[in-house]
Design a protein around this ligand. Structure first.
Ligand code: PEP
Length: 250
């Protein structure tokens, strides 16, 4: 039985004051959760404050990105080892906004994935197709290639310490959600790809859905057999909404 996981991707949002309020509300609400593991990924600069507020609580935290490089002359970058210093559990890698806006290709994503694991942290690997790709009927090909970039270079065993987030690009921040059946089909495909190489690992790995998940649609998405929780953008900034989504995963 896989534990449900719901992670908030705050993106470039929040302030010291609003984060403090949001976390206070989540801390108050999370005691009613029985099975769901809740996580938040704030912007880097707030990690120290988030660590201080969440330390010792059931809520875990992580980062939205990390450099693929070890510490060195990379102005403006943050290494995975630095994130480990701030108690991070997870690091999101390959989010579609990073792939599109910052030109992170599959090769770079694979390097980031390895750097995160080398620092003892767990990557949340985002995969997903664009609207054009879905309409062209190549969703499985695209998602398969994104997985293969890691499978073919690092082997299947690295997926033992990894969460996968299926995030159709056309559903992120658009208000358009994949239907539970559309999402389930891709989740099952991802699990099959891993099962071909390592069946027990494929049954164990958590595969999250992301893309306009809200309190009102979380139940039906999370009731699908291969959907183990969510990566939540906009709705993770509202405590009640985020808690409703977490409850729906149980
Ligand atoms: C995301 O950014 O990972 C995401 C799923 O965003 P939203 O929930 O706002 O669509």
């Amino acid at each position: 039985m896989r534990q449900p996981l719901v992670v908030g991707n705050w993106k470039m949002n929040g302030s010291a004051a609003t984060n403090q309020h949001l976390l206070a509300d989540l801390l108050a609400g999370c005691s009613s959760l029985t099975r769901c593991r809740m996580g938040v990924c704030p912007p880097f600069v707030y990690l120290a404050a988030i660590q201080a507020q969440l330390q010792g609580s059931p809520i875990v935290w992580g980062a939205q990105n990390a450099s693929q490089h070890a510490p060195g002359a990379y102005t403006g970058e943050i290494s995975a080892s630095m994130l480990q210093d701030f108690g991070c559990t997870y690091v999101i890698v390959g989010h579609s906004e990073r792939r599109t806006l910052y030109l992170e290709n599959d090769g770079i994503v694979a390097e980031k994935f390895a750097a995160v694991q080398a620092a003892g942290l767990t990557p949340i690997l985002c995969v997903g197709e664009s609207l054009e790709q879905r309409e062209a009927g190549v969703t499985e090909q695209v998602v398969g290639q994104q997985l293969d970039a890691i499978l073919n270079t690092q082997g299947v065993e690295v997926f033992d310490n990894c969460v996968i987030a299926y995030e159709p690009v056309w559903a992120i921040g658009t208000g358009k959600t994949a239907t539970p059946e559309q999402a389930q089909a891709v989740h099952a495909f991802i699990r099959r790809q891993l099962a071909e190489k390592n069946q027990p690992l494929s049954e164990k790995i958590q595969i999250l859905y992301g893309g306009s998940v809200k309190g009102s649609n979380a139940n039906e998405l999370f009731s699908m057999p291969d959907i183990d929780g969510g990566l939540i953008g906009g709705a993770s900034l509202k405590a009640e909404e985020f808690l409703t989504i977490c409850r729906a995963s149980e």
